[in-house]
Design a protein around this ligand. Structure first.
Ligand code: SAM
Length: 212
């Protein structure tokens, strides 16, 4: 019997779904499905709902919709927890009994991390907030950490992390990712499949643009 108790909502806050976001959302969809949780990607501009990226997301288990969480879950607002880097209280395993829905901003991270506070667009709607520690995470990492705390009942402090990992782009170049990630068993950051290749391709393109 699938456990559909918890729903993970990413409220998309950008005008487009770029390749980084598409990879993050695909990862959230697959991992949510594996753990029998519901994943809703909302506030997607209607014109994007018909794109290949969105169709693919739906095929791997995401529900995609154009309205906003405050509209479709209006009747259960007190059961919604906004994961908010500016919240005063940290997420705790006991929150599993308090909330049914965990809400995240569908925003690419910024560097330096505090330069933008776009999660405020959701905070000002009055959702109860919880923090996942002091460091900025990618959206898929924030969802992963929340699942670990809520489903596996592991406190934030017991999760293995790797902060600001250095990614090798080629023999000479590397880049530091300005985020906290969950570490796998060999201490490497858990990232969406295809993300390292995308980062390398973006770095190559930036280098080519510089040479023009
Ligand atoms: N600085 C960005 C902003 O504009 O708010 C953070 C965006 S972060 C890449 C995307 C989402 O992941 C946030 O909206 C939040 O829901 C979640 N998140 C990331 N790090 C978090 C943290 N340390 N505590 C709580 N939520 C976090």
């Amino acid at each position: 019997m699938p456990n559909l108790t918890y729903t993970f909502v990413v409220e998309h806050l950008d005008p487009e779904v770029g390749p980084w976001s598409a990879l993050e959302y695909k990862t959230i969809a697959k991992e949510s499905k594996q753990q029998n949780c519901r994943f809703i990607l909302s506030s997607v501009p209607p014109s994007l709902l018909e794109t290949q990226d969105l169709k693919h997301l739906q095929s791997v288990g995401a529900e995609a919709r154009s309205d906003s969480v405050e509209a479709y879950f209006a009747s259960k607002k007190e059961k919604i927890c906004l994961l908010d880097p500016a919240a005063e209280q940290e997420l705790d395993p006991s929150d599993a009994a308090v909330f049914d829905v965990f809400l995240f901003g569908g925003i690419l991270g910024d560097d330096p991390p505090r330069a933008l506070d776009r999660t405020s667009e959701l905070r000002k709607k009055g959702f109860t907030g919880r923090r996942l520690g002091p460091k900025q995470m990618t959206t898929d990492t924030a969802v992963r950490v929340t699942r670990i705390v809520i489903l596996d009942q592991i406190p934030l402090a017991k999760i293995p992390y790797t902060d600001f990992p250095e990614l090798k782009l080629d023999e000479h170049e590397s880049t530091e990712m300005p985020f906290r990630y969950v570490a796998d068993q060999s201490g490497k950051p858990i990232m969406p499949e295809g993300m390292i290749e995308l980062i390398k391709a973006d770095a190559d393109k930036a280098f080519d643009d510089l040479e023009l």
